[in-house]
Every structure is written in structure tokens, then in C-alpha cells.
Design a protein around this ligand. Structure first.
Ligand code: MSP
Length: 647
């Protein structure tokens, strides 16, 4: 068994309703780093679960007319289904209603009470029911809850308190001595300056005004209150003070608690102090990621604007969504979700860059070598850059993964994808394929491309396991060629294997122009009304209205690369830049143009044509050409940058 261990946790989620894309981000991120560490040979343990107690759950269950336990059971089933859908490979799903967890909580509470860290007193303050938080007068904002802005109620009751201030100096010292404990750095400054330095208040850790919680066994009527029930899930899951298998020695302290920025305070102040009081080591790192926001601000159930990940997976596939959230959320900052961005990631990065690299490589291997990956023959200078990049990428990706900077890690992998696509354009395998004496060189080119793809496959396997599996199958990669060690050096792909071509990995999605939609519909409606009011004889035959013409989207596009279709002599495969977007168009103009002559030309693209598959390659749009007899000339424009409209 490996000596290197890696223990990561997500927050345990409130089962008060369906989880949204924000929760999905945290869990996908934790799954990705776990898979990556496992790939690197770590013995990993990934914990997620649900935080099921509290007044809020008690209230929603009562409103639904069911017992709290039955209520949470139903929701937890849905959450587990969501994680199955998202391909989340957790090792344990902990529930705070698990009897073993409850045992741990009661024993922790008693231990802290016995050693004098918890004491009984009276609580008077302001209570926010939705947030389950007590606030002091000075913490309120305009008399409302400082977290959610909703009204608070005066509350007074007998309660137990935890002496937080007793450990403040030790905590401060720990934070200073362990610069990586709170990440990103900005969150550390916030915690130190806004919370620790002004002085810690004692924390209320029991309640008597509701019953849905872990009972304080030595004082009936009290239930353990929120954070001291929730936070120790990270150790109760490992068998701390309960009868589960003892995994504490192996995995504690945790390597990373991955949490959203809103709960970083609880994880970097209360939790370390609880652990200090229990004389347990502190987690190595608490990482506070940003939030996924919508254009208008936060997602909220009451506003009804939560983005449901299940709907997106149904529509676009699980790996597309995993890729999108990881790529979009840059290190520690907030990200904005919008569906157009997701579609553009699919079309550009997945379909165009990765999908085309695979389909071009496989199609040419098929055409020139009957699908058998050739033996390497000659290396030329032009190969060196690709090989050097392929060899250094795993190390760079690993560094970003260690920092939990998934966006940059993927960006680095995509640099290798783009470099490989550029290598096709530089080496022009279709030209080599015409001369028998260049077959040895062509073999090397095809080998290099396959090998690059293998390295990419291993590198994306943590973020997009399903896609990596599919590519691995198409490349017919044996398992030992998909290991971390095998990608440290270029050349590990065995020669002579036969590839298995399949359907496109990521079919292109037609971008719905949401903002333009109402306008488009209005125009179509107007045209329809005008035409409806005319008799058929009034519309001269063959004529269309301006609205009919407006339906065709014409765009200026620059040809950035072009090659012959591997399976059809008549066709050329053009890579176009259309503003920010990339497109692949397959066109029947091979008789009229050599691929090299087209690169750099600015042509007109029919941009909203339904994509079609032409002899195994996808064509997304059509370029305009003028013809007469045996002559053909592409329609080109000067001085208008790509993306420009033609009307
Ligand atoms: N139950 C507590 C956590 C206890 S951990 C010992 C809780 N639950 S929660 O369900 O409300 O939130 C769980 C996590 O989801 C938090 O880390 C929170 O930051 C995260 N997110 C909630 N909305 C989010 C976004 N819109 N974007 C990203 N993460 C978001 O808090």
C-alpha cells in the first residue's frame, strides 16, 4: 500500500432542497483533485455528505407534513443520485444523522464540558432562523441578519457556550507558522483582521428551542447546535470516538477542507479551536473557493433562479459540465454562470480543439496506415517543440492541481492540445501522404500526434473521466499507458496498435442567441403577418422578403488552417476563426484550391447552417463561392476583421 495519503472533504450540504450548480462545483473540484492524486499514486480518501439537523430542517419538514428524518432521507437520496450523475467518486457519504456520528458528537461535547471548555449560561441575542445564526446587536446590519439581510428575532434561552477566546493566541500562532493553512491568501487576511484580531466571542453550542439535533446526553432538553455538530463530521467519518473503522491514524489531519467563501470563518476559526481543545492536529489546509454567480447576482431558491445541474447534464453531458465549471472558476474568485459560455466551451475547447485533434489524428492514421499506429522512423527539428511541451506539461499541470487552480491546470493541458493541432498544420500529413518516399516521415508525425493525445488523455482523466475513457478506448491504450509515470517521458505509446474510430466526442451545439431571440421572433412574426395578409398571387414567385433573408447569418471568417479531407479527395477541411469562435467547415473545393493557398484568406461563412457530417468529419457552416462553368472562386473580403457581419 502506498505511503502517500490524501484526505479531502467537501462541506456537508444542507438537505433543505435540491443542490445547484454551485454545490456541484465544490464537489466536482474535490473529485477532480482526488482522482488526480490517485493517478499520482496517493492513497486517497474523499468525504462528502449532508448536514441534516437544525431548526430550519425541522420547520420545512413540518411544513411538508413529514417527520424530519423521512424528509431528509428523501432529499439525501436525490443528492446521492446527483453525485452519481456527476461521476463523483467519494469514499464515504456521511450524514449527521448517522448513529456513529451522533455518538462522536455526544462524546466530544462531554469531553469539552468535562475539561471546562464548554460552560452553561444564558443566551440573549438576535436569531436568524433561515441562517440558523445568533447575532449580537452590534453585528446586525440595519437591524437585520448581516448574512442574508432578513429580519431577526430576539431570543433568550439557557445554552452552553464554548470558550473560543481561550485558544485565540494559539490559533493566531498556528496561522502565522503555517502560511498555507488558509488559502487563497486574501481569505487569510480577512479572517485575521476581521475576526481574530478584534477578539473572539464565545460560541453558543446548544439550543433548547428545537429538538431536531443531537441530544446533549447529560442535560436533556438541550440539543447540540449547528457547527459543533457539523464540523466534527470530518473526524467522525474516520471513526473518532465512535465504533466505525479507525481511519484517524491513516488520514488525519486532512490535507484539504474545500469550502465556499461563506463558511471559511467556521473552518478556519471554530474548527481549529475545537481540534486544539481535543488535542488533535489541525488540517493542513482550508481552501475557500469563490461562488458561482448569475448575471443578476446570487442564485436563490426564493428568487427561483437556481441552475439545476441535472438539466445541464441531460442537455450537454457530464464531462462538458465538469469541464466548464472547473475552467470557468478561476483561482479562489467568483465566476459567473451563463449557458452561452458553457456552450462556447463545448464548441471551442471540446469539439473544436480536442475533438478535432482526435478525429483528425484517427482519420489520418486510418487513411495512411490502415488504422495501425506506425513505428517511429525519423525525428525532425519541427518535432522537438511538441515533444518538449508534451514532456513538461504534466509537471506544470501537477503544480496547478496542487494549488487547486483547476482553471490554469486545464489551460495548460489545452496548450498541448492547441500545439498538437498546430503541429498538424505545420507538418501537413496530407502532403507527406502523397509521396511514398515521405512515408517514414509521415509515420513519425502520426506517432507524435497519437502520443500527444495519449498524454492529454491521462492529464484530463481527473477532470473528465468519461472522455478520457472514450479516447483511451479509441487509441486502444493499454492500462499501463494511462498511468502517471508513463507520461513523464514522450514515446510511451506502444507502436503497432490498431485504433478504433468512433463518433465525435463532443458534437457541436448550436448557440442559441438568447438576447437576440425576442427580436428575431418579433421580426419573424411581423414578416409572417405581412405575408399572411397577402394572397399567394401577390408574392411574386421566387422572391423572398427581407425577413427571410435576415434569417441567414453571414459572417466574415478567417481561414487559419486547411488540409485535405483524409477520406475524400474532393473535400478540404478548413479551420476558421469567426471573431472569438472557432469553426471547422468541410468544403468541396479541393479541385480549385490547394490547402496552403487558402490559409489567411478572409471568406464569408453561412454561420447558422445546421452542422452536417461529411465523410466522418463535422462541418459547421458553409463558405460562399461564386461559380460559372468549371470555374470557382471563393467570395472574399478585405479589411473587415473576422466575426464581422455581412448584410
Ligand atoms: N452545512 C453547511 C456546511 C457545513 S460543513 C461542516 C453549509 N451547507 S450549504 O449547503 O449551505 O453550503 C454548502 C457549500 O456550498 C458551501 O461551501 C457554500 O459555499 C457552497 N455554495 C453554495 N452556493 C454556492 C455557489 N453559488 N457557488 C459556489 N459554492 C456555493 O453551508
Amino acid at each position: 500500500m502506498s505511503e502517500k495519503t490524501f484526505y479531502i472533504t467537501t462541506p456537508i450540504y444542507y438537505p433543505s432542497g435540491n443542490l445547484h450548480i454551485g454545490h456541484t462545483y465544490t464537489t466536482v473540484a474535490a473529485d477532480t483533485i482526488t482522482r488526480f492524486k490517485k493517478l499520482q499514486g496517493y492513497d486517497t480518501y474523499f468525504l462528502t455528505g449532508t448536514d441534516e439537523h437544525g431548526q430550519k430542517i425541522e420547520k420545512v419538514a413540518a411544513e411538508a407534513g413529514v417527520a424530519p428524518q423521512a424528509y431528509v432521507d428523501g432529499i439525501v437520496t436525490g443528492i446521492k443520485n446527483l453525485w452519481d450523475t456527476m461521476n463523483i467518486s467519494y469514499d464515504q457519504f456521511i450524514r449527521t444523522t448517522d448513529p456513529e456520528h451522533e455518538k462522536t458528537i455526544q462524546r466530544i461535547f462531554k469531553k469539552l464540558y468535562d475539561q471546562g471548555d464548554i460552560y452553561k449560561s444564558n443566551y440573549e441575542g438576535w436569531y436568524c432562523t433561515p441562517c440558523e445564526s445568533f447575532w449580537t446587536e452590534s453585528q446586525l446590519v440595519d437591524g437585520n441578519c448581516p448574512d442574508c439581510g432578513r429580519p431577526v428575532e430576539k431570543a433568550a434561552e439557557e445554552a452552553y457556550f464554548f470558550k473560543m477566546s481561550k485558544y485565540a493566541d494559539d490559533l493566531m500562532k498556528y496561522i502565522e507558522d503555517n502560511p498555507h493553512f488558509i488559502q487563497p491568501e486574501s481569505r487569510k487576511n480577512e479572517m485575521v483582521n476581521n475576526f481574530i484580531k478584534p477578539g473572539l466571542q464565545d460560541l453558543c453550542v446548544s439550543r433548547t428551542s428545537f429538538t431536531w439535533g443531537v441530544p446533549v446526553d447529560f442535560d436533556p432538553g438541550h440539543v447540540v447546535y449547528v457547527w459543533i455538530d457539523a464540523l466534527p463530521n470530518y473526524i467522525s467519518a474516520l471513526g473518532y470516538l465512535n465504533d466505525k473503522p479507525d481511519l484517524m491514524e491513516k488520514y488525519w489531519p486532512a490535507d484539504v477542507h474545500l469550502v465556499g467563501k461563506d463558511i471559511i470563518r467556521f473552518h478556519t476559526i471554530y474548527w481549529p479551536i475545537i481540534l486544539m481543545a481535543l488535542k488533535l492536529p489541525l488540517p493542513k489546509q482550508v481552501y475557500g473557493h469563490g461562488w458561482i454567480l448569475l448575471k443578476g447576482g446570487k442564485m436563490s431558491k426564493s428568487v427561483g433562479n437556481v441552475v439545476d445541474p441535472v438539466v445541464l447534464v441531460d442537455k450537454y453531458g457530464v464531462d462538458a459540465l465538469r469541464y466548464h465549471v472547473l475552467r470557468e472558476m478561476s483561482y479562489g474568485s467568483d465566476g459567473v454562470y451563463n449557458e452561452d459560455l458553457l456552450v462556447s466551451h463545448i464548441n471551442s475547447d471540446l469539439a473544436n480543439d480536442l475533438g478535432n485533434l482526435l478525429s483528425r489524428t484517427l482519420a489520418m492514421t486510418d487513411k495512411y496506415f490502415g488504422g495501425v499506429i506506425p513505428t517511429q522512423r525519423e525525428t525532425e527539428d519541427i518535432d522537438t517543440e511538441l515533444i518538449a511541451l508534451a514532456e513538461k506539461t504534466p509537471g506544470i499541470v501537477s503544480d496547478y492541481m496542487d494549488k487547486l487552480d483547476f482553471s490554469r491546470a486545464l489551460e495548460e493541458i489545452w496548450k498541448l492540445v492547441s500545439r498538437s493541432n498546430k503541429y498538424i498544420d505545420e507538418t501537413q500529413p496530407w502532403v507527406l501522404g502523397k509521396s511514398p518516399e515521405k512515408l517514414a516521415r509521415l509515420a513519425q508525425v502520426m506517432y507524435n500526434l497519437t502520443e500527444s493525445l495519449r498524454i492529454v488523455t491521462v492529464l484530463i482523466s481527473a477532470a473528465m473521466p468519461e472522455t478520457a475513457r472514450k479516447i483511451g478506448e479509441q487509441l486502444n491504450c493499454p492500462a499501463d499507458c494511462l498511468s502517471w509515470d508513463s507520461i513523464q517521458k514522450f514515446g510511451g505509446y506502444p507502436e503497432g496498435l490498431k485504433i478504433e474510430r468512433c463518433d465525435a466526442l463532443f458534437p457541436r451545439i448550436e448557440l442559441e442567441k438568447k438576447a437576440e431571440q425576442p427580436v428575431k421572433e418579433a421580426k419573424a412574426e411581423k414578416a409572417k403577418k405581412e405575408n399572411d395578409s397577402k394572397t399567394p398571387e401577390e408574392l411574386p414567385e421566387g422572391l423572398i422578403t427581407i425577413d427571410d433573408f435576415a434569417k441567414v447569418q453571414l459572417r466574415v471568417a478567417e481561414v487559419v488552417a486547411c488540409e485535405p479531407h483524409p477520406d475524400a479527395d474532393r473535400l478540404l477541411v478548413l479551420q476558421l476563426q469567426v471573431g472569438q469562435e472557432k469553426r471547422q467547415v468541410v468544403s468541396g473545393i479541393a479541385k480549385y484550391y490547394a490547402p496552403a493557398d487558402l490559409v489567411g484568406k478572409t471568406v464569408i461563412l453561412v454561420a447558422n447552417l445546421k452542422p452536417v457530417n461529411l465523410r466522418g468529419l463535422e462541418s459547421n457552416g458553409m463558405i460562399l463561392a461564386a461559380t460559372k462553368g468549371k470555374k470557382l472562386s471563393l467570395v472574399t473580403v478585405d479589411g473587415i476583421p473576422s466575426g464581422g457581419k455581412v448584410s
